[in-house]
Design a protein around this ligand. Structure first.
Ligand code: UT7
Length: 327
């Protein structure tokens, strides 16, 4: 019998700075009532001006390695899913590698917005299953608040900062990642994008003055696509692996909006009691949202050996994915 890729350990980290809805009321035309009822968010973590993405990624990765008692030198691959890298060059993955002392690893960044963590699991899974590598760190890390326009109430109330890491290794074939799928549709590119700063619209004083480097989002349109795609891809991989929602111990969706989570859970027929949500405390941390939630669940004892966990994501691109894991 062959081997599967399993998540053998996790960790997470976030800034100490907290931005509450009351804080936002003072800087933009919004209210705690609107944010709470439309998104479920009460607060989000916000990095200080001297904090950056790889710092949180390194803390999360160290936690995962220490919990598994694996030395950084044993790691073969580091995949950092991020939409808010420390800098364009080198990759945040390489900066994490150097900081960890993971000198035997290849490292790179993966750009798939909020779906980055599941994209990372999906790409690494086959490399472990086919024996190309043994230990891989898949990290979702973001300091999105530095890409947010705090005069734009439709985006600034949503995003938060943090990082989550998972250490993957070969496990028995009846455990680990049982099914996983990722999908993209670039026709939705302008539903969530940051137009300035790349080769298409290089950075100039004008692009900065007009805020072209900030995230712009058509949230209302994305909402419907998110519900539809997360539901269908979850159904697809459950069916592929011959399971139903009754078999799931926990459903961990990307924490984009509590109303999206509720709608997907309802369409999937998943009982409210098995749906994990932390959006109230973290907001939307993009690629970090699922690994942070996963680690919280493990540390709180919500996941024990043998449990079947479904994760589903949706993000800019548009990108979406779902992964079914037996712990
Ligand atoms: O992370 C993955 C990718 N992102 C997503 O999946 C995001 C999905 N979308 C969402 O979460 C929601 O669409 C939002 C939370 C972004 C917005 O909620 P909504 O219920 O879709 O609001 P809306 O954009 O339809 O706007 C409704 C009203 C508008 O006012 P009018 O035109 O009806 O007078 C907005 O101007 O709410 C207004 N509004 C706000 N009011 C107070 C928008 N943002 C705010 C705000 N505070 N922060």
């Amino acid at each position: 019998m062959g081997l599967n890729a399993g998540i053998i350990s996790t960790g997470h980290s976030y800034p100490s700075g907290v931005l509450t809805n009351a804080d936002l009321e003072k800087i933009v035309d919004t209210s705690d009532e609107w944010i709470t009822s439309r998104t479920g968010i009460k607060q989000r973590r916000k990095a200080g001006s001297d904090e950056y993405t790889s710092q949180f990624a390194v803390k999360a990765a160290r936690q995962a390695l220490e919990r598994a008692q694996i030395d950084a030198s044993e790691v073969n691959l580091i995949v950092c899913a991020t939409t808010s890298p420390d800098q364009i060059l080198p990759s945040t993955g390489c900066l994490i590698q150097a900081e960890l002392g993971a000198n035997n690893a290849a490292a790179y960044d993966l750009f798939a917005a909020c779906s980055g963590f599941l994209y990372g699991l999906t790409t690494v899974e086959s490399m472990i299953r086919t024996g190309q590598i043994k230990y891989a760190l898949v990290i979702g890390a973001e300091v999105l608040t530095k890409y947010v326009d705090y005069t734009d109430r439709s985006t600034c109330v949503i995003f938060g900062d943090g990082a989550g890491a998972a250490l993957l290794a070969p496990v028995a074939a009846d455990k680990g990642i049982l099914a996983t799928k990722i999908v993209s549709d670039g026709r939705f590119a302008e539903q969530l994008y940051s137009p300035g700063g790349g080769t298409r619209m290089g950075t100039t004083h004008e692009t900065i003055d007009s805020g072209q480097h900030f995230f712009k989002m058509k949230g209302n349109e994305l909402f419907k696509i998110a519900v539809r795609s997360m539901t269908s891809i979850s159904q697809e991989i459950l069916e592929k692996a011959n399971y139903t929602t009754d078999d799931i111990k926990l459903f961990i969706p990307h924490q984009a909006n509590q109303r999206i989570t509720d709608a997907v859970a309802q369409k999937l027929g998943v009982n409210e009691s098995v749906v994990y949500s932390n959006i109230e405390f973290h907001g939307n941390t993009s690629s970090a949202s699922i690994p942070i939630a996963l680690d919280e669940c493990i540390q709180q004892g919500k996941i024990v050996e043998g449990d079947l966990i479904l994760m589903a994501s949706f993000g800019g691109g548009a990108t979406w994915g779902a992964t079914l894991v037996r712990f």
